[in-house]
Design a protein around this ligand. Structure first.
Ligand code: ATR
Length: 278
């Protein structure tokens, strides 16, 4: 009888996800009897699907949009970091009991650590106040960085600042981008979906090009395109850059560890990603 264990990405839509390619390559590299599929589940079938998962044909899930929050209703035990972020992107199924984790914030730190050893005390400006921003802000605050949040809709930035200000004993600012940049930030992280929504979006939609020079490091969490207008502008000025594939890679590596108990083959996974993001 086959001992193959099944995993998959729960999302809607799901077919564009890079998770199957990266995880199947990692399973294969370590010779594991594990297979990773797509679970493209419409919202009205989510209850049925999660009940099916609990019956154990599926040993684990990567959870993507739009289910990172709602999936928490089906999890038996949610880890402390995921609870504070308010989203689960990884599910481990142990004998029908579902455990929920968030590896996105670990992905943020892994990616940043490629260019900056320690972010403690560093000033980080986060652009955007959606779901993706939550993991980024959480990661930065947990490492004791100083965070400023800027968002097109100011009200959402203030809400997030209030929320995280209650969890951490550090300053979380929010306001105009210009004010945030007065004393110059060190790291800027774009978490908005502007390049995803509009493939021809220009940097100016997000921020004036002049502001780029006020930073030392620019990170974008978008990986398609790999070189976003923000990354392009930063490279032109010789700044340090972190592309979105890195966050994806490190969050996937942590998922792999949660499912297998083994260290992820980072090089194999990274090579798949670079090929897919081209
Ligand atoms: P996600 O879960 O991927 O973060 P989201 O919750 O829909 O997605 O949030 C998208 C973020 O991108 C928001 O901060 C949004 O700004 P608003 O709150 O003002 O809507 C931001 N965003 C999207 N398109 C943008 C654009 N063209 N310029 C600036 N910000 C944009």
């Amino acid at each position: 009888m086959s001992q193959t264990k099944f995993y998959g990405v729960l999302a809607y839509p799901a077919k564009h996800s890079l998770s199957p390619a990266i995880h199947n390559a990692a399973f294969k590299a370590l010779g594991l009897e594990m297979q990773f599929d797509y679970f493209e589940i419409p919202e009205n079938e989510l209850v049925k699907f999660m009940n099916y998962v609990k019956q154990e044909p599926v040993s684990g899930l990567a959870v993507s949009l739009p289910y990172k929050e709602v999936v928490m209703n089906y999890i038996n035990e949610i880890d402390a970091d995921a609870l504070k972020i308010g989203a689960v992107n990884t599910v481990v199924n142990k004998d029908g009991i579902l455990y929920g984790y968030n590896t996105d914030w670990i992905g943020v730190l892994g990616a940043l650590k490629e260019v900056v050893e320690d972010i403690k005390g560093k000033k980080i400006v986060v652009i955007g106040a959606g779901g993706a921003a939550r993991a980024v802000i959480y990661a930065a605050l947990k490492e004791e960085a100083e965070v400023a949040i800027y968002n097109r809709t100011a009200e959402k930035a203030h809400k997030l600042a209030d929320y995280f200000g209650k969890l951490f004993k550090v300053m979380v600012g929010s306001g105009s981008l210009e004010d945030m940049l007065k004393d110059s930030g060190e790291i800027l992280i774009n978490t908005t979906s502007s390049w995803i929504i509009n493939k021809n979006a220009k940097l100016e939609e997000l921020m004036p090009e002049d502001y780029v020079g006020k930073f030392k490091i620019m990170m974008d969490i978008v990986y398609k395109p790999l070189v976003t207008p923000l990354i392009e502008a930063a490279r032109k000025r010789g700044l340090g850059t972190v592309t979105g594939d890195k966050m994806f890679l490190y969050q996937a590596a942590e998922q792999f560890k949660l499912w297998t108990g083994k260290k992820a083959p980072l090089e194999v996974m990274g090579a798949v990603l670079v090929k897919k993001c081209r």
